[in-house]
Design a binder for this molecule. Structure first.
Ligand SMILES: [Zn+2]
Length: 120
């Protein structure tokens, strides 16, 4: 699950990966990174994205961290995705994702979302 935002912001704003990004405040969820992932593009009608909705459990058989006991629908759900900058999305998948088990990524996601809750 990966999106590359180009010209059509309306498409982005209605996509499921964008929901993951929006819930993360458009910032990387890796601890102490908080890199902003969406910004102004080169032209007036463009945006620039450096973020990725990375799978927590793998969508592919044999992918990083395995698929656990999740159904195909659960694997595709935004609950199974964490918003990361490109550097950290690459890092978590290195070596089959062994250093970043699903429980750790879920804790990163929860901490980031708790940190990012908007106060009334
Ligand atoms: Zn990051």
């Amino acid at each position: 699950m990966e999106i590359h935002l180009k010209k059509d912001l309306n498409l982005v704003l209605t996509s499921r990966p964008f929901h993951v990004a929006e819930r993360a405040g458009l910032q990387c969820s890796y601890p102490n990174c908080d890199r902003r992932t969406l910004g102004t593009g080169a032209k007036n009608d463009e945006t620039s994205n450096s973020g990725t909705a990375a799978h927590i459990y793998s969508a592919a058989v044999g992918g990083p961290r395995g698929q656990g006991i999740l159904s195909e629908e659960e694997l595709k759900h935004s609950d199974n995705a964490i918003w990361l900058c490109r550097d950290h999305s690459t890092l978590i998948d290195n070596n089959r994702g062994d250093r970043f088990p699903p429980q750790l990524l879920l804790s990163y996601k929860q901490m980031h979302q708790r940190w990012g809750q908007v106060q009334d």
